[in-house]
Design a protein around this ligand. Structure first.
Ligand code: APR
Length: 229
């Protein structure tokens, strides 16, 4: 029986694929006011601006490739039962070959009905515009969890974290809840690894900190995990 390896990832793991993070220098929240582009109020007030924000990011995703970090995590499925819990809305983990990916904050390649959240569509083109309607005739919105909206996948993520034999945090500032609380649900004594060029605040006892970008950090992680397989 393979040990359960749980990965909590954030925007940092996609940085080397050319996708911006949120809170680094030059990050998305420096460029855009989050209240203008990523909240239900913003959607009511100015849907075109919200659609433009996500179209911009989706266009970049259309050209992005998974990097060594994503690929290294996918390759760990040879040794472990790997579950990725990601805050990212890109699908680079899936493109790299990860078979179990739980998206806490939604998925950029998907759109959903603004009147029936159960009506979800996979976009074949990077642009989602005003006038693009669901089967029930209401405007399609990005399938993203906006600030102030429920993280409907959090209970699934908590049960995954509780089963972790090894827990890895990669590329997240751990500033946004409830995602950042997941480390509180792992069993005492579970080995924790953190991969990040700048050390995020991790309130946990024994953390092995790999101060590298994801591409290099995951290859170091693999060497460290060899003894656990
Ligand atoms: N490799 C690994 N980590 C990196 C890299 C890299 N190449 N580049 C940056 N980082 C680290 C930064 O040091 C930082 O700790 O990635 C983290 C990025 O943090 P944020 O920009 O805050 O992104 P994230 O933690 O994913 O944000 C969480 O906030 O705005 C919301 O919904 C949005 O999902 C997002 C959530």
């Amino acid at each position: 029986m393979k040990k359960k390896l749980v990965i909590l990832s954030g925007a940092g793991i996609s940085q080397e694929s050319g996708l911006k993070t949120f809170r680094d220098m030059g990050g998305l929240w420096e460029q855009y006011d989050v209240t203008e582009v990523a909240s239900p109020e913003a959607w009511q007030r100015n849907p075109e601006l919200v659609l433009k924000f996500y179209n911009e990011r989706r266009r970049q995703l259309w050209e992005a490739e998974p990097n060594e970090g994503h690929k290294g995590i996918a390759s760990l499925e040879d040794w472990f039962d790997v579950e990725v819990i990601t805050q990212n809305v890109d699908d680079l983990h899936e493109q790299a070959g990860s078979s179990k990916v739980l998206h806490l904050h939604g998925e950029l390649r998907k759109a959903r009905s603004s009147s029936d959240p159960g009506l979800i569509y996979t976009l074949t083109h990077w642009e989602l515009n005003l006038g693009d309607k669901c089967a029930k005739g209401s405007q399609l919105r990005p399938h993203i969890v906006w600030f102030g909206e429920m993280v409907t996948e959090i209970s699934n993520a908590i049960s995954v974290a509780q089963k972790a034999d090894i827990f890895v945090v990669v590329g997240t500032s751990l500033m946004v809840y409830p995602a950042a609380s997941l480390i509180n649900y792992i069993r005492p004594g579970t080995p924790v690894f953190v991969i990040d060029p700048h050390s995020p605040e991790v309130f946990y006892k024994e953390v092995v900190y790999i101060q590298e970008k994801a591409g290099k950090g995951v290859s170091i992680l693999k060497r460290e995990l060899e003894k656990f397989k």
